[in-house]
Design a protein around this ligand. Structure first.
Ligand SMILES: Cc1cc2nc3c(=O)[nH]c(=O)nc-3n(C[C@H](O)[C@H](O)[C@H](O)COP(=O)(O)O)c2cc1C
Ligand SMILES: CCCCC(=O)C(=O)O
Length: 303
């Protein structure tokens, strides 16, 4: 079941998506998640908005890890984050492009959500924003994040780091082609867990369009709603190199810390292995397009 992502070997095509603030789930936060990733021989993508610092996570284990980047209006702060990630042995930057503003999360507004301190930004950026009118996270994002982020900024990022750059948040053929043209190291098909824009397409429905557009030039990773090994199997059959797991990892962390995250990954691996065995696939390379039928194909077959 092993595969490679950007040349790094992982035990299965299952990685850990960047999710914010793991200490909301468990007191050990991202340090515990990182240890679980290392024990599971997979790659964790650490969020910019984590509750342990880049340095704390790096020193908690020596696994391969990537750093997810949000670009701040203050470019000096963004550059400082990139340099800290590079200095601390992160092997790639995952540039998230689907949060020019935070989506309208009505539960957060109603509950007047107050985000805990974002550790990576302590001493760099004041995050004392007024949330009397709603979600503190939304106010923070609006005040600090650079909504003008554009393709040319990838060039800027390249000029300040040697880490390979992946773009997370691609949903269309056009953007996939553009990403391949400008020569990023890979893309992640993602709609941010449907947390940003209502009616954005389910990622599984656009995966194949993106894979075709890219034509094998760069790896395509996938996230959104992967809850079973069969979901991993489907994404691979439609051309993804590997999947990222978001919420289930946080659920495992909340339930049983490092052990819980390991269990979640192990369950997905066991289910994937069974799906492979029952589909006649001795290795992940054997999973191909003929193993799944899309809704469109089902309708066409009825004509
Ligand atoms: C609580 C939470 C926090 C998230 N934080 C981030 C983040 O900081 N950066 C990011 O790029 N994506 C973030 N995401 C999006 C995930 O990386 C991922 O795209 C999404 O959750 C889809 O996967 P899932 O359906 O397995 O949860 C977050 C998602 C959740 C649920
Ligand atoms: C401004 C931080 C946003 C974290 C995030 O990406 C999410 O909650 O989905």
């Amino acid at each position: 079941m092993s595969t490679t992502v950007l040349g790094y070997n992982i035990s299965a095509p299952i990685m850990i998506a960047p999710t914010a603030l793991h200490k909301l789930a468990h007191p050990e936060g991202e340090a515990a998640t990182a240890r679980a990733a290392a024990a599971s021989k997979t790659i964790m993508i650490l969020s910019t908005t984590s509750s342990c610092t880049v340095e704390e996570v790096a020193s908690s284990c020596n696994a391969v890890r990537f750093f997810q980047l949000y670009v701040y209006k203050r470019r000096d702060i963004t550059a400082a984050l990139v340099h800290r990630a590079e200095k601390n042995g992160y092997n790639a930057l995952v540039l998230t492009v689907d949060v020019p503003r935070l989506g309208r999360r009505e539960a957060d507004i109603k509950n007047k959500m107050i985000a805990p301190r974002l550790k990576n930004l302590e001493g760099l950026l004041s995050i004392e924003v007024d949330s009397n009118s709603g979600s503190n996270l939304e106010a923070y994002a609006k005040a600090t994040m650079d909504a003008s982020l554009c393709w040319k900024d990838v060039e800027w990022l390249r000029s300040i780091t040697n880490m390979p750059i992946l773009i997370k948040g691609i949903l269309t053929r056009e953007d996939a082609i553009k990403a391949a043209e400008i020569g990023v190291a890979g893309i992640v098909v993602s709609n941010h867990g449907a947390r940003q824009l209502d009616y954005s397409p389910a990622t599984i429905t656009v995966l194949e369009e993106v894979v075709h557009a890219v034509g094998g030039k760069i790896p395509v990773l996938f996230d959104g709603g992967v809850r079973r090994g069969t979901d991993v199997f489907k994404a691979l059959a439609l051309g993804a190199q590997a999947v990222l797991i978001g919420r289930p990892v946080v659920f495992g962390l909340a339930a049983k810390g490092e052990h819980g995250v390991k269990r979640v990954i192990q369950m997905l691996k066991d289910e994937l292995e069974l799906a492979m065995a029952l589909s006649g696939c001795p290795s992940v390379k054997d999973i191909n397009r003929s193993h799944v039928r899309t809704e469109r194909e089902r309708l066409l077959s009825m004509l």
